[in-house]
Structures are given as C-alpha cells and as structure tokens.
Ligand binder design. Structure first.
Ligand code: HEC
Length: 131
C-alpha cells in the first residue's frame, strides 16, 4: 500500500491522473442532497450532457460500442462499488482507464445530483426514501 504521503505526491504531480479516493473513505460519504424530484431532474440534465455518450440516454450503455461502459441501471454489474459514496467517487475521480474523472468540471453537489438520478433509474430497493 502506498499510503497518504504517496497519495499527496500523486495529487500534485502535473499531468498525473486524478487519484481515486480509497474505498473505505468513499463508502463513508453521505449524499448531502435530498432525494427530491427537482434534484433528480437537475442530475438527469447534467447526465444527458456529459454521460450519455458512453452510458446511453437511458443508462443502459448499449449505444456506444467504443466503450465498455456498464449499465448504470444494474449495480450488480459494477466493479467500483454501489454505495452512494462509491458512485460519487467513480464520477468525481473516474473509474478504471476509460471512465474519465469529472471532478474538475462539476461541483460536488452536481455530482451528488447525478448520484440521485442514477438511483432513480436503478433498482427500486436501492432508492433513497423521500421524507
Ligand atoms: C468516455 C466514456 C464515458 C463517459 C463520458 C462516462 N463514462 Fe462512466 N464509465 C465508462 C466506462 C468505460 C466505465 C467502466 C470502467 C471500468 O470498468 O474500468 C465507466 C464506469 C462508470 C461508473 C462505475 C461503475 C462501476 O463499475 O462501478 C459510474 C458510476 C459511471 N461510469 C458513471 C458515469 C457518469 C455519471 C458519467 C457522466 C458524468 C459518466 N460515467 C461518463 C465510460 C464513460
């Protein structure tokens, strides 16, 4: 394991790929944005702008054969974790070699709204409770 010092070096190295937050820290993150129609809609708009090219407008990722993007409707297929925090980190920091990081162009709240949108198209039992 590389540890904190090594992570810090990688983080400041010019041109280095963004480093992904470790899984245990990612799992501990909680979505600060409530699951509400307006937030889901905002997340969907950002999703359609930035993500549908690879994951498809419906999240099933069947339209673009150039990328082996997983269906975002099916957490059983995912490799980088399916908690809210892990989805957040996959979007912010990227996942694997082909999933680009979006942390530079999106505020954290915008990423969390995309997480809510992904929940809204995923399995019912994983959807957050509406207050
Ligand atoms: C250039 C194509 C591309 C774009 C654009 C893209 N993705 Fe991905 N995404 C991928 C690929 C390919 C993977 C699978 C990476 C792997 O398994 O190594 C992936 C993986 C993911 C994962 C992790 C799934 C897992 O296996 O745990 C999430 C979540 C995700 N993408 C969400 C998004 C969201 C949200 C956006 C828009 C903000 C987005 N992606 C934009 C190609 C893309």
């Amino acid at each position: 394991m590389c540890g904190l010092a090594c992570g810090a070096v990688l983080a400041v190295a010019p041109g280095a790929a963004a480093e992904r937050m470790p899984t245990d820290q990612a799992k501990a993150l909680q979505n600060p944005v409530a699951y509400a129609p307006e937030a889901v809609k905002a997340g969907r708009n950002t999703y359609l702008r930035l993500c549908q090219y690879c994951h498809g407008a419906d999240g099933r990722a069947q339209a673009n054969p150039d990328f082996e993007a997983p269906s975002l409707r099916d957490p059983d297929e995912w490799r980088y974790g399916a908690t809210d925090g892990e989805i957040f980190v996959s979007i912010r920091d990227g996942a694997g070699h082909e999933m680009p990081p979006f942390g530079k162009q999106l505020q954290d709240d915008a990423v969390w709204r995309i997480v809510l949108f992904i929940r809204s198209i995923g399995p019912k039992e994983l959807r957050p409770q509406t207050p």
